[in-house]
Design a protein around this ligand. Sequence first.
Ligand code: PGA
Length: 254
Amino acid sequence: MKIPLVVGNWKMHGTQADCFDRARMIAKDLDETPASVEVAVAPPFTALAPVKQAIGNSKVQLAAQNCHWQQNGAFTGEVSPTMLRDIGCDFVILGHSERRHIFHESDVFVAKKMNAALESGLRIILCVGETLQERRKRQTLRIISRQLRIALKGAIKDGIDKIEIAYEPVWAIGTGHNATPEQISQVHAGIRLFLVKSFGEEIGSQVRILYGGSVNPDNAPELAKTANVSGLLVGGASLKPETFLPIVRSFTEN
Ligand code: PGA
């Protein structure tokens, strides 16, 4: 089994200097006291270069928060996977609920981005999750299966080992209401079943399934122990090293 992965999604927060300092503090702390987890941070596009410089040769990896589905072309305002590789990104987050809901990104858009990102050599953190209304209608697993089926359509067997799935219930993002361990392990088990059915036992059981949505230093230890949770995607609490680092270490301390 792969070691856990903890990702900080900084969203649209921070100047280059803020992000540089934040990244340097995280990298320094993890260099001094290594944790047996993989760690990545996802600053805004404008801070990718300074954060790359700040993390240097440390174990912290660099993630982007989005990309386009072409490697270049007349797409004003967009950034391609090739450009992200060029600046030093290891990962890209795709299908985040803010992209899906605020910017109306469809499953098909996400699938096209997945293919382009894989082609460029990026690893992918694919976000899936249901709205509160969908949960109330008991459609959670149906919605997530649809999101996975379309997004992973082009992920040939060779590509699936470059993909991490992040279950992020839309109602838990930035709300302070995280899903309960029961709810999380139920959905993660459903995702695991989907992966095993689609890619076979050997490959499907290796894909990491992260949880995201109002993760903080207080709930992280319990989430880290939850069945089927192989990592965390952290928003608000990743903006300060003093809240992000204890979350990273919650896996080590289990
Ligand atoms: P949150 O965000 O931790 O602030 O809820 C999580 C995310 O959007 O990835």
